[in-house]
Write a new protein. Structure first.
Length: 104
């Protein structure tokens, strides 16, 4: 009976410790979020719809760079490794019982 009571007390201790740690982490995150919001200041009120511009919207054309009038094209190719025609002869690996492998 005594063993069961101590097991229950150990489980209760772990549950309380878990709750304290969970509360501490949650509280720290909440304080961080509140403090970060206070540093930024209050948000300006949002309007329902943005104001419309006075006239028609005309997109601005980008100014062309000064060049000699010819178009420049860049060719980019992926570097490829040529396939090997033949492979090296496979190495033989020996395992020796008395110490150093491969006859060293």
């Amino acid at each position: 009976m005594l063993l069961a009571a101590q097991t229950l007390l150990g489980g209760l201790y772990l549950a309380i410790l878990f709750g304290l740690c969970l509360g501490a982490v949650t509280g720290a995150k909440a304080l961080y979020i509140l403090r970060r919001g206070a540093q930024r200041g209050p948000r300006p009120p949002e309007t329902a719809d943005p104001p419309e511009p006075a006239g028609p919207v005309v997109p601005k054309k980008p100014k062309p760079k000064e060049s000699d009038g010819r178009a420049v094209y860049y060719i980019v190719e992926k570097k490829r490794r040529p396939p090997k025609a033949s492979y090296a002869k496979p190495k033989k690996i020996r395992f020796e019982e008395d110490g150093e492998p491969n006859g060293r």
